[in-house]
Design a protein around this ligand. Structure first.
Ligand code: NAD
Ligand code: ZN
Length: 248
């Protein structure tokens, strides 16, 4: 791993426009289980079914009880880990322009990253399905589920359910970043949820170097990515920052 850390540090130093794409894996060390891989709440329910907009529309109370409330509680208790902090540090060192994240937990912003594109929205806000009113999640009364707006409409998280489109502005800017970057760090994503998983492909097609950080291989490994640094996000980011600081 040491050689790859050195190589990644040199690649970052040589890059002019680096961006990161992150997935649920970067938040695992903060106690938030990913959708795929062993362990965690999703072995009990199928996130693809529960997380689908049609399932929510048919029975919002069931989805609130089975998925949203549980994920919200876990996220409320979570704080950033060395993986999030490492990416924020790269930004402050002038080595990373932006973070495109698939996560809905807000932990990149909490760690200090200032340009975060929330590809799948976030869990911090709820939106009324009828009148569109947006309310901070903390201020929503969840004593009966699904929670309802004053107008009587059902509140839904301001995230992107499976089956919904990515917010157009976010998609457009992510594509631009992917097209213009010369290095993409892909951290903790299984790279199977589209169109997020397509961002490294765009970056690769326009000549960027792609570095993966993940304990496991992904469909990008050996095809789209130049190399995989195998390990947890926190451990790898710590080693990378130490290497970069030693190079200054
Ligand atoms: P995923 O659940 O499909 O895959 C997680 C990936 O993280 C796997 O490749 C796994 O090998 C890797 N991983 C596990 N532990 C790791 C660690 N310590 N460090 C680095 N990598 C690690 O995640 P995904 O690709 O992001 O897709 C799931 C979708 O579900 C996303 O679109 C996301 O919106 C949503 N989701 C979000 C959260 C969150 O906000 N934290 C949590 C669960 C799911
Ligand atoms: Zn309303």
């Amino acid at each position: 791993m040491k050689d790859l850390i050195r190589r990644a540090a040199e690649d970052l130093m040589g890059a002019k426009r680096a961006v990161a794409l992150t997935g649920a894996g970067i938040s695992v060390e903060s106690g938030i289980p990913p959708f795929r891989g062993s362990g965690g709440v999703w072995e009990r329910i199928d996130p693809m079914e529960y997380g689908h907009i049609e399932t929510f529309e048919v029975n919002p109370g069931r989805v609130w009880r089975g998925l949203i409330q549980e994920l919200k509680d876990i996220i409320d208790r979570a704080s950033p880990n060395d993986g999030h902090r490492g990416l924020a540090r790269l930004e402050s060192m002038g080595l990373l322009d932006a973070v495109i994240t698939q996560n809905v937990d807000g932990l990149h912003q909490a760690a200090g990253s200032t340009d975060v594109l929330e590809f799948h929205g976030n869990c911090a806000w709820q939106r009324c399905m009828d009148c569109g009113e947006k309310v901070k999640s903390h201020d929503v009364d969840v004593s009966t589920l699904p929670p309802r707006c004053l107008c009587g409409g059902v509140f839904r998280p301001d995230w992107v359910f499976f089956g919904e489109d990515i917010p157009p502005m976010t998609l457009q800017r992510s594509q631009q970043l992917a097209m213009r970057c010369d290095l993409m760090l892909v951290v903790g994503t299984s790279a199977v949820v589209h169109p997020a998983a397509y961002m490294p492909v765009i970056a690769r097609d326009t000549g960027a170097r792609i570095i993966e950080i993940n304990p496991e291989r992904t469909p990008l490994t050996g095809t789209i990515s130049d190399y995989l640094i195998r390990g947890g996000a926190g451990e790898v980011m710590n080693a990378l920052i130490a290497e970069l600081e030693g190079m200054k």
